[in-house]
Design a protein. Structure first.
Length: 109
């Protein structure tokens, strides 16, 4: 109930609103080209549904930076039967690197 940590003024809030509404400040205003490579897919039937593990390599190239960004991870999913289709109910991702050298992460693994 103590808003002391929120030390904003009219001017600072106005600047924030202008930044959010400016297309240049939007992380996806610069298009990203992404490719996902999913390998080593293992499927195991469980009582709950299907446990699926896989290895994922993401390659992203932004239009303003020709150097590609790589991100690799191990992914574990749980799929359950929902009517006439499978539904993803849980996803865990374990990244292979301790630090992500990307200014923005506006994508899903």
């Amino acid at each position: 109930k103590d808003p002391a940590w929120l030390d904003e003024t009219y001017d600072s809030l106005k600047i924030r609103a202008e930044q959010l509404n400016n297309a240049v400040s939007n992380s996806e205003a610069i298009l990203s080209f992404m490719r996902y490579f999913v390998t080593n897919i293992l499927i195991e039937k469980t009582d709950a549904g299907f446990a699926v593990s896989s290895q994922v390599l993401l390659i992203r190239v932004r239009a303003n930076n020709p150097a590609p960004f790589f991100l690799s991870a191990q992914r574990s999913n749980l799929w359950v039967q929902g009517g006439d289709q499978l539904q993803l109910t849980n996803r865990e991702i374990h990244l292979d690197m301790p630090q992500i050298d990307s200014p923005t992460i506006a994508f899903f693994m």
